[in-house]
Design a protein around this ligand. Structure first.
Ligand code: NAG
Ligand code: NAG
Length: 242
């Protein structure tokens, strides 16, 4: 009974099991030291994507997304049952955080990710009519996902201050070519499908500019949910001195 009490007291007073914080986070950063905050973000990011079971943060690399819907007047597309792999390898650069802890911006530089599942598309891909449904595979190189968020803090258990990411806005840019592979386009008419693939692979920049936003908003929604799960469990003072 006594031992149980002691453990309970240690657990409560500690607020968070120290084993759940990556060991390389030895001391919090001063909020005005952007380089330190950027460095801690890079220590945390792979854990946010790979999951932290102690803190009930699920793994989202690989990430399963049931449905991604794109609807831009000339082109309608849906990705079903998609699996995205590789976002735990992204790095945070250019992090900026205001001293009031209300605004955060950073660029995620992601070296490589893949996306696969089922698709359904119809409309016009810039100049070409496209039509089809079946399996798809996308193989992306380096990507820049620029993120802007509003932040707030709230008082959690034990009167500790916790962080919350309220929202996010993205500006995404492919820095390297993407390989497109959409099976069964035009009901399997290979010549038509080859024309679309050749066009998409040659004009990857325009094609991804047209189609990427719903994908990255879906990914970041899950990433921010994980970040907020982490912040809900870990008092801000473990990471930042405000
Ligand atoms: C997605 O996967 C689930 C379970 O594996 C399956 O029941 C469903 O039919 C799939 N949806 C599509 C569009 O393939
Ligand atoms: C990433 O995008 C942001 C916003 O557009 C830009 O400021 C930054 O220079 C870009 N970084 C790279 C490496 O392209």
């Amino acid at each position: 009974m006594f031992i149980f009490l002691v453990f309970t007291i240690i657990y409560i007073s500690n607020g968070v099991k120290s084993s759940s914080l990556p060991p390389s986070i030895t001391s919090p950063c001063d909020i005005s030291e952007q380089a330190c905050v950027n460095k801690i973000s890079n220590i945390l990011l792979p854990h946010i994507f790979n999951g932290i079971p102690d803190l009930e943060v699920p793994s989202i690399d690989p990430l399963h997304i049931d449905k991604i819907i794109g609807d831009i007047s000339i082109l309608k597309y849906m990705f079903f049952n998609s699996t995205l792999i590789g976002f735990s390898n992204c790095k945070v650069v250019n992090l900026r955080l205001d001293k009031e802890f209300t605004k955060l911006s950073y660029d995620l530089i992601c070296p490589h990710f893949t996306m696969s599942g089922k698709y359904d598309v119809s409309g016009r891909l810039i100049v070409l009519p496209v039509e089809g449904n079946g399996d798809y595979n996308l193989d992306a190189g380096k990507y820049n996902i620029s993120v802007e968020s509003d932040l707030k803090t709230f008082k959690g258990k034990n009167e500790k201050i916790h962080a919350l990411i309220k929202n996010f806005k993205l500006k995404c840019e492919a820095l390297e070519p993407i390989r497109f592979d959409f099976k069964n386009m035009f009901n399997g008419q290979k010549d038509l499908s080859d024309i679309v693939h050749k066009f998409a692979n040659e004009n990857w920049r325009e094609v991804v500019n047209l189609m990427q936003d719903p994908v990255f908003y879906a990914v970041m929604k899950r990433a921010v949910t994980n970040m907020n799960k982490f912040f809900k469990q870990v008092p801000l003072e473990k990471i930042l001195i405000i």
